[in-house]
Design a binder for this molecule. Structure first.
Ligand code: UTP
Length: 287
């Protein structure tokens, strides 16, 4: 029997050094794309996929991510008094217990951040979303993965073709048989040089994983960059459990990178009927 995916881990304890100085005092997941922070997009995507509990793995200086989803009595009272609509705050409303947070006390890597959620995840399959990978699709990327999981079970990672000279920025898949949009995963290599890459199929920030991964991550084995890598932990499940890569129908914006962040703002603003004319006018004026 395939257990449903009820919980999602959001590792948000990274330092975000590529976006400095903006991320000196502001978590990168709070940076705004058009009118809402990155974390809001990820939480909305998880809700759409049927996730009931969101586990934020935070670090020092990241409590604003949790506060964002709290009730802001003062703000709401002041707005009401001024006759302003509270509607714009609606996406930030959560059920009691819908969001919980744990601390990653040292930034020892993505694998370590996921492991920090082990007690809350317990003995269930779970999703992982990296909010700085903004995925725009209908339905959302995680919903597409959850639907595929309902048929295949096991572990499913989101994958995209990456440029040949960019393999060293991704976990790269050694592919097996492909059926439709799902490819069997025979191996995973973290950030290989182009000449060592087994394919151009790169892992992007959405995962459905089985709880046995937590024991593997708990061994604390260090990989690339001296960090506890999620990719290395997942690689140890291959051959023991079903493991597939899914090409989802969604556009990915890498908002952990300055150009990707600006392009995401541009793309999502152009998708908005209220903003599009002004932006198109500006772009036209720049030739
Ligand atoms: P990144 O590789 O983007 O690292 O992490 P980073 O620290 O956030 O950013 P840069 O490279 O310094 O600019 C991928 C994801 O893993 C989380 C990050 O928050 C991000 O969602 N992460 C990474 C942790 O939660 N803890 C870590 O120790 C490392």
């Amino acid at each position: 029997m395939i257990k449903p995916i009820r919980k999602a881990v959001f590792p948000v304890a990274g330092l975000g050094t590529r976006l400095l100085p903006a991320t000196k005092t502001m978590p990168k997941e709070m940076l705004t794309i058009v009118d809402r922070p990155l974390i809001q997009y990820a939480v909305d995507e998880a809700r759409e996929a049927g996730i009931e509990q969101m586990i934020f793995v935070t670090g020092r200086g990241k409590s604003t991510l949790v506060d964002y989803f709290d009730v802001s009595f003062e703000l709401e009272a002041t707005m009401e008094k001024a006759g302003k609509s509270l509607e714009p705050l609606a996406p930030t409303k959560v059920r009691n217990g819908e969001i919980v947070s744990v601390r990653q006390q040292q930034p020892l890597g993505l694998g370590h951040a996921v492991w920090c959620a082990r007690d809350i995840v317990g003995d269930e399959p779970f999703a992982v979303l990296l909010p700085d990978d903004l995925m725009v699709g209908q339905p959302g990327a995680l919903k597409q993965m959850v639907d595929a999981y309902a048929e295949m079970g096991g572990n499913i990672i989101c994958a995209q073709e990456v440029a040949a000279d960019k393999t060293s920025s991704y976990g790269i898949i050694t592919p097996g048989e492909t059926r439709g949009t799902a490819t069997e995963v025979f191996g995973l290599v973290e950030k290989p040089k182009p000449e060592d890459a087994p394919s151009r199929l790169g892992v992007v920030g959405r995962y459905i994983l089985q709880p046995e991964l937590m024991d593997i991550l708990g061994k604390g084995e260090r990989g690339a960059g001296g960090e506890i890598q999620l990719t290395d932990g997942m690689a140890q499940l291959i051959g023991k459990q079903p493991f597939h890569a899914l090409k989802v129908d969604a556009v990915r914006h890498d908002c952990g990178d300055k150009a990707g962040f600006v392009l995401a703002n541009l793309a999502l603003a152009l998708d908005r009927a209220d903003l599009r004319p002004r932006i198109e006018e500006f772009l036209a004026s720049r030739g």
